[in-house]
Design a protein around this ligand. Structure first.
Ligand SMILES: [Zn+2]
Length: 208
């Protein structure tokens, strides 16, 4: 009887495992989407942002790329830190921990920022959001369900005037207008553009 119980438990476990995996496989199949056309790598978006960045010296752009993509490269954050006196003479927040290496990659405009480390945060978000915007349009085009999207500002007092003016504006997903370029040419938000893209569901969907 004991053996029978052990056998039964073993079999139940095996069946459970089998069905669990089977279910998983089916689920994976049902949600798999056609392989997406390759969009630019994140590194390319960062390079684009760096090319337009007035705060990093041209000859030091590769240091920023290495900082983001090479885990073993900590040049910007290692080495001697600025003393309080040095920070005050440069007008940098004296409570900020900042290295001479990091200061060495900044232009005078970069040094004039109250917190120069914000430059890295800004570049990071600008690159990621630009990639997400391209990816959204690509996916919507491939899915063929929606025709347009609508921009939405955060409206928390930190949007620039242009971003506020763009709130509610609709764009065709097939338009030749490059949203990333439009943002680059117009947005003056302190760190990065936070406009979000919302799919506009066609009205005939509601009539069904
Ligand atoms: Zn803006």
């Amino acid at each position: 009887m004991g053996c029978l119980t052990i056998l039964l438990i073993f079999n139940l476990k095996t069946y459970y495992k089998f069905f669990k995996n089977f279910h998983k496989t089916r689920l994976m199949e049902s949600i798999s989407i056609p392989e997406r056309e390759h969009i630019k790598e994140l590194k390319c978006y960062l390079q684009d942002e760096l090319n337009d960045c007035k705060f990093i010296k041209k000859e030091c752009r590769n240091k920023i790329i290495q900082y983001f993509f090479d885990r073993n490269d900590s040049f910007l954050m290692e080495g001697k830190r600025l003393s309080v006196k040095e920070k005050s003479s440069l007008g940098i927040n004296t409570r900020l921990q900042i290295t001479h290496n990091f200061v060495s990659v900044l232009t005078p405009l970069g040094l004039a920022r109250k917190n120069p480390k914000d430059i890295l945060v800004s570049l990071h978000y600008k690159a990621i959001f630009a990639q997400i915007r391209d990816d959204n349009i690509l996916q919507w085009n491939q899915q063929g369900i929606i025709d347009e999207y609508e921009l939405s500002a955060v409206k928390d007092g930190r949007d620039c005037e242009w971003c506020l003016a763009m709130h509610g504006k609709k764009f065709s997903i097939n338009t030749k207008q490059d949203l990333n370029k439009l943002i680059k040419d117009n947005c003056t938000c302190y760190s990065h553009c936070r406009l979000s893209m919302n799919a506009v569901i066609p009205s005939y969907w509601y009539d069904k």
